[in-house]
Design a protein around this ligand. Sequence first.
Ligand code: PEP
Ligand code: MN
Length: 339
Amino acid sequence: MIITIRKSAPKLEVEKLIKELESYGVKVTHVVGENHDVLGLVGDTARLDENRIQANDAVRKVTRIAAPYKLANRLFHPDDSVVDVAGIKIGGRENIVIIGGPCSVEGKEQIESIAHSVKEAGAVMLRGGAYKPRTSPYAFQGLQTEGILDLVEARRLTGLPIVSELMSADKLEEFEQYVDLIQIGARNMQNFELLKALGKSKKPILLKRGLANTIEEWIMSAEYIMAAGNPNVILCERGIRTFEKYTRNTLDLSVIPVIKEKTHLPIVIDPSHATGDYRYVEAMSLAAIAAGADGLIIEVHNNPECAWSDGDQSLKPEKFARLVEKCRAIAHVVGREIK
Ligand code: PEP
Ligand code: MN
């Protein structure tokens, strides 16, 4: 961190500031210049609050050089993290993981039928929402515990680990008992109390990017979970809000190389919520694999016209199977494999 000091700043004030900064354990080098002085800070500056420093009358400008995240930072962890979800490895250079399933669990028969179809198509994990974050309070809110138990039964029949969205910490115990990968939805990406609670869990977390969050904010949310003690975080890009109306969201595929450079965490792409239209899901899936994604999470429904949520963006099982085949070809080209 570099702090530029006003030339008019009283010497005593500058010395006081240096002492305070040093009390955080950082090393401060004071360079006296002709027009202004500069303080160069090295060490663990993540704990320093630049807004508070900026509020000091002696300070002209604060420039952060190091990223504000440590545990998620590739600098301090050069190797890719590989997260183990009930024996399925996500991350690393070789494997690409396909997750398929409906937006919402609608009952035993529906989830079991879809589970068998996605497994046959090549998915290694089953998704299904039981607690749904709906825009309208009048819309279907999910089957809740019953939905989770339906997923558990589908897992027993197919062997597929299950991923489902947790919306509040009071259901964490239920998820720890039954769910293999806990999804945190876009709307809860900055629910910091929930993130802290997840940090106390050992379960892997699929952390979706918020509707309108920067990459740094997203990484900081991962950092919350990691700082509280849980290193098993997988990032998931699901599109962000822009001015565009022809797609539900705008899929920001550029996050893949950026996340790979800045962090060591695996990244999965959700082309279903990103586009909001089943016609566009395949193209974006292929592009995501080509760009280096570690996995895809795709909405699949046996009868999309009658789905209780997100039918318009759900693929029928046959289309999903064709998509997985094409993804295999792209994965091969980039030196990876869909197992
Ligand atoms: C979902 O996965 O069904 C979902 C609601 O996702 P998101 O949080 O990305 O909107
Ligand atoms: Mn959905």
